[in-house]
Design a binder for this molecule. Structure first.
Ligand SMILES: Nc1ncnc2c1ncn2[C@@H]1O[C@H](COP(=O)(O)OP(=O)(O)O)[C@@H](O)[C@H]1O
Ligand SMILES: O=P(O)(O)OC[C@H](O)CO
Length: 507
């Protein structure tokens, strides 16, 4: 078997909300192969979102096999595998059979909103904020696990007797890849559960008790870069070549790492299904005053760095909505063409609060709206307003982040599927009034996971080695005058106010 210095590639498994991807990188961070499969989104009731855990695993395994077959790169050329994943989504499964007891409950799912209200009434808000860095919201894993234990027949009894395991998607994939031998997660994923104390770096006994979740179900929490186990790709496959699984990180933290945001104040914004802006805030835990989360940016050698995070639930997903539900476009890329057909939004605002609003509003009861329509409004205005909503939401986060950190950002690094849209990036620069930087590699999530795995096995040396690989593709400078910027943003704030609390019975 070759040693790591003779190996030329690292594979990243990027398990996202809408698709599973496998990406092979060489030492110069060139993407030499990529395979991707979408999977089914399950909406059992309004506001509920599920995935089939076996489909997550099947698509992830399939793309892994496919990328190897497509590139013809033999397994003994792969130095390590890194895993990055949609965060907060949880799976509960049987320890012996590996069978999930229920579908994965997805981060977007709102079914536990009432449970969260109950926790707030019990006075836990301050405790949660101070110890997990999060706010009480259905977004996070804790209440989703409780829901499964409360609602799936015999689940609680089986969990109490130690028969069930749970985990976020990284944990599920490592479990499957190692043939049921390894039950781990990393600090970044643990920090999204609302069960992990991000100061003591341990599962939080008080919160586990409040939610009735046995600790025995939870994975061991590890660094984001270390060898967790090995796989023969596919979990107990028929090959004798094994590859170490050596990196795990939640996808947004992986993107922060992939964008080489290693220094306090470094910030990136990723535009996938949702949009997540993270700012590295260093080794000290700081609380936000403006509705941002404090979360773990990375865990290396038993030490963590923290980040402020602004989480927007619907970003690229608003484009999918235009395509699949509204049928205003045939392809996501068409949005750019139609948006440019009108001079401006014509006073129209789309607030894509389909599953409530995340940071900085945290309103589980908000719902989407199209506002400011006149007799002259047309489909192009709506398409444009939908794209613009992604930029306005980013501005909301940026304002909060600057205030909390006391830092003024002049440059924002962006990545994710929706940054293909140049109209969006230009409008973003215009509305935040700062320069937007698009890197050469926009698969930064996968790249971050590859870096973490590569670092653990000595494929890349350290952060300095990694930093050299960040290259600019294009920069977008603000071209809008301040007066217009303020006017447009004021309209957005007004539109947001109109849709807040929509679902509350007494609203
Ligand atoms: N040209 C485009 N303009 C705007 N949005 C786009 C474009 N192409 C893709 N998207 C959006 O990007 C998202 C996919 O990005 P990706 O990073 O793959 O997401 P995820 O990791 O959440 O599955 C989709 O929501 C899609 O609507
Ligand atoms: O799948 P993405 O890229 O939209 O990311 C989802 C986030 O991790 C949810 O917190």
């Amino acid at each position: 078997m070759k040693n790591v210095t003779e190996k030329n590639y690292v594979i990243a498994l990027d398990q996202g909300t809408t698709s599973s991807r496998a990406v092979i990188f060489d030492k110069d961070t060139n993407i030499v192969g990529i395979a991707q499969r979408e999977f089914q989104q399950i909406y059992p009731q309004p506001g509920w979102v599920e995935h089939d855990p076996m489909e997550i695993w099947a698509t992830q395994r399939a793309v892994l096999t496919e990328v190897n077959a497509k590139t013809g790169i033999p397994l003994d050329e792969i130095a390590a595998i890194g895993i990055t994943n949609q965060r907060e989504t949880v799976i509960v499964w049987d320890k012996e059979t590996g069978e999930p007891v229920y579908n994965a409950i997805v981060w977007q799912c709102r079914r536990t909103a009432d449970m969260c209200e109950e926790l707030k009434k019990r006075g836990l808000e301050e405790y949660v904020k101070e110890n997990t860095g999060l706010i009480i919201d259905a977004y996070f894993s804790g209440t989703k696990i409780k829901w499964i234990l409360d609602n799936v027949p015999w689940a609680r009894e089986r969990a109490d007797s130690g028969q069930l395991l749970c985990g976020t998607v990284d944990t599920w994939l490592v479990w499957k890849l190692t043939g049921g031998k390894v039950h781990v997660t990393d600090y970044t994923n643990a920090s999204r559960t609302m069960l992990f104390n991000i100061k003591t770096l341990e599962w939080d006994d008080k919160l586990l008790k409040e939610l009735g979740i046995p600790k025995s179900m939870l994975p061991e929490v590890k660094n984001s870069s270390e060898i967790y186990g090995e796989t023969s790709l596919g979990g107990g496959g028929n090959t004798t070549t094994v590859v170490p699984i050596a990196g795990i990180s939640g996808d947004q933290q992986a993107a922060l790492f992939g964008q080489a945001c290693f220094v306090k104040g470094d910030t990136k914004s990723t535009y996938g299904t949702g949009c997540f802006m993270l700012m590295n805030i260093g080794h000290e835990f700081i609380r936000s005053k403006n509705g941002l989360l404090t979360t773990i940016a990375i865990g290396l050698d038993g030490k963590v760095e923290y980040a402020f995070e602004g989480s927007i639930f619907v970003a690229g997903a608003v484009v999918q909505w235009l395509r699949d539900e509204m049928r205003l476009i045939a392809d996501s890329a068409d949005t750019e063409y139609f948006a440019k057909k009108v001079e401006d939004n014509g006073g129209v605002y789309v607030v894509p609060a389909f599953v409530g609003l995340g940071a900085p509003y945290w309103d589980m009861y908000a719902r989407g709206g199209i506002l400011g329509l006149t007799r002259g409004s047309n489909a192009n205005h709506i398409i444009r307003a939908a794209l613009e909503s992604i930029a306005y939401q980013t501005k909301d986060l940026l304002e909060a982040m600057q205030d909390d950190s006391g830092l003024i950002l002049t440059k924002l690094k962006v990545d994710g599927g929706a940054v293909r849209n140049e109209f969006l990036l230009q409008f973003l620069a215009d509305i935040i009034g700062e320069t937007v930087l698009k890197p050469e590699i926009t698969e930064t999530t996968a790249l971050g996971a590859a870096y973490l795995a590569g670092m653990a096995v000595g494929f890349w040396k350290d952060k300095d080695d990694i930093k050299k690989h960040w290259k600019l593709n294009k920069e977008f400078k603000s071209e809008l005058d301040r007066e217009k910027r303020n006017k447009y943003y004021k309209g957005w704030k007004k539109a947001v106010e109109r849709v807040r609390n929509w679902e509350r019975e007494d609203s």
